[in-house]
Design a protein around this ligand. Structure first.
Ligand SMILES: CC(C)(COP(=O)(O)OP(=O)(O)OC[C@H]1O[C@@H](n2cnc3c(N)ncnc32)[C@H](O)[C@@H]1OP(=O)(O)O)[C@@H](O)C(=O)NCCC(=O)NCCS
Length: 224
């Protein structure tokens, strides 16, 4: 797994991990890395599958950030903005940026330096969700473009559009709003790069990812 801090200045590293590949002993080790707040959140999760996902997501996040920063993962302290986007507290988090997403056994962690990053992953359900769930997230133009796709392309098109926008929103860390929507519209061909890792990074075919980051982006896949 590439965790070279210097290269982060030019690149976004996307680490993709499959939860089922972690045995009980490793999960126990990752669990011990969690602080009191994370342990409390873990304790509130009802199923063992969700708990394993959480331990992998947050245990691996600490492990990776510890490797980049050459610090003990237990030393790291996190904070969150008003919308819940997590970040490292100063002095650790002045430069390094990260974002994570998890769904159905897959965890993605994107790490970079000095630029915003957001990541999203969705399970490719055989049927599209009910429009009432996403109607407010897509603009009329996007809805028309999606409606024009053949049934064969509709599923891929829908999840690509969804994960890109969600990743953009997560990069801004502001939640969905008219202002963020306007930024998203402007970003096509602008400062932000959208990368659909389905084509770029090898991982489960049951999911799609998009991430966005300001500046020169060179994706680096890491996997387990
Ligand atoms: C909070 C939100 C990012 C969670 O999205 P999700 O699809 O349920 O979950 P994901 O797996 O993609 O991401 C979860 C992780 O994102 C991070 N996160 C939480 N709030 C965030 C925010 N405001 N911005 C960026 N990242 C955030 C956390 O690390 C979280 O992991 P944790 O819960 O284990 O701590 C999402 O609900 C949100 O606010 N989206 C805003 C856009 C919106 O309204 N979308 C509608 C549905 S598409």
């Amino acid at each position: 797994m590439d965790s070279d801090y210097e290269s982060l200045g030019r690149e976004v590293h996307v680490h993709s991990v499959q939860v089922a590949r972690f045995d009980t002993m490793t999960l126990g080790h990752l669990r011990k890395l969690l602080d009191a707040v994370e342990q409390e959140r873990l304790g509130r999760l009802l199923t063992t599958a969700r708990q394993a996902e959480y331990m992998v997501a947050h245990g691996m996040l600490r492990t990776l950030l510890g490797q980049y920063l050459k610090l003990d993962p237990l030393e790291l302290r996190f904070t969150a903005n008003a919308y819940g986007k997590p970040a490292l507290t100063s002095p650790f988090g002045t430069e390094i940026q990260f974002n994570l997403a998890h769904t159905n056994d897959r965890v993605l962690i994107a790490v970079t330096r000095g630029r915003q990053v957001g990541v999203d992953i969705e399970y490719l359900a055989p049927h599209l969700p009910d429009p009432s769930i996403y109607v407010s997230l897509f603009t009329e133009d996007e809805r028309l473009a999606l409606a024009a796709l053949s049934p064969l392309l509709a599923q891929r098109g829908f999840y690509t559009a969804w994960t890109r926008k969600e990743a953009f929103i997560k990069a801004t860390g502001k939640g969905f709003s008219a202002e963020v929507e306007a930024d998203y519209k402007r970003s096509h061909g602008g400062d932000f790069a959208a990368i659909d890792a389905m084509e770029r990074v090898s991982y489960t075919p049951a999911a799609l990812l998009a991430f966005l980051s300001k500046g020169d982006v060179k994706p680096q896949g890491g996997g387990r």
